[in-house]
Design a protein around this ligand. Structure first.
Ligand SMILES: [Zn+2]
Ligand SMILES: [Zn+2]
Length: 273
């Protein structure tokens, strides 16, 4: 009777459509599944429909990418009001920013004599949110680089000639935004971020939980963060961070789970919002 509260679909950078992911989770015996795409809630409707059809509970969510002094900090939000204007506005701004960032990178690449077309990059991104991996793939297709890593190392990684920085929220803004949209803000995989000093600051802006169980966390990290969550009175969430089958990380949906009681806790917190 378990729930995987952290998964991605084609709405962001996952490779399974929401309905396919829900089907897989159901086949693997999960009772509940959190849909937490990066900076978008566009996959949720399809997932909820599929969940109702197949008999598996869908927990609507998202994962905001924020920046703390150059380090990426991810904030999960559960049960946000999908129509909340504050949320819609920021997500739209992030989407526009991704587009204009890609355009700026392509201009720089063209200036370097590398002809990559924006239409092709958008095509590669498909329904997902467009970003540097898609630019890298276009560069590879054109034979300008060996592979994605090469593209980042030579052209589009930080400090390289076609690098363009992205529009960034601070972690505090991310937590505040989720709260303003009626959602439950949870700090994602803090073990892989290693910036615990932000936790007290996030508590002040409404942090409600810590993702204690995650495929990047060691047993020691699980112990450390569950103790921290208990001390601070925060809900302990967990999930696999599955992005699709056949990836190098070898992660499968359900590789980290939490009991269904955690879903109940999230719902209780939602009622108090
Ligand atoms: Zn993350
Ligand atoms: Zn994730």
């Amino acid at each position: 009777m378990t729930a995987d509260l952290h998964c991605h679909t084609t709405a962001s950078d996952g490779t399974l459509a929401p309905a396919q992911l829900v089907r897989l989770a159901k086949d693997l015996g999960l009772k509940a599944l959190g849909i937490t795409d990066h900076d978008t809630v566009n996959g949720i409707e399809e997932a909820v429909d599929a969940g109702e059809r197949l008999g598996i509970e869908i927990i609507p969510g998202l994962e905001l990418n924020t920046d703390f002094e150059g380090v990426e900090v991810h904030i999960l939000g559960y049960y946000p009001d999908l129509e909340a204007p504050a949320l819609q506005e920021v997500l739209a701004r992030m989407r526009d920013a991704r587009r204009s960032r890609v355009r700026a990178m392509l201009e720089k690449l063209n200036g370097l004599g590398l002809a990559v077309r924006e239409e092709r990059v958008l095509e590669i991104a498909g329904q997902g949110s467009v970003g540097r991996p898609h630019v890298a793939q276009a560069l590879r297709e054109q034979g300008y680089v060996k592979d994605i890593m090469d593209a980042f190392a030579r052209y589009i990684g930080p400090g390289r000639p076609a690098y363009v920085s992205r529009y960034k929220l601070t972690p505090e803004q991310g937590v505040g935004l989720i709260g303003a949209a009626g959602g439950i803000a949870v700090l994602a995989h803090p073990g892989s971020v290693a910036r615990d000093e932000i936790i007290p600051r996030l508590l002040q802006t409404g942090l409600k939980g810590i993702e204690v169980f995650h495929t990047s966390h060691s047993k020691d990290m699980e112990r450390k963060y569950s103790e921290m969550a208990r001390t601070l009175g925060l809900v302990m969430t967990g999930g696999s961070d599955f992005h699709g089958p056949g990836r190098k990380d070898g992660i499968q949906v359900g590789d980290r789970t939490v009991p269904l009681t955690v879903v109940q806790e999230l719902k209780q917190l939602k009622e108090q919002m």
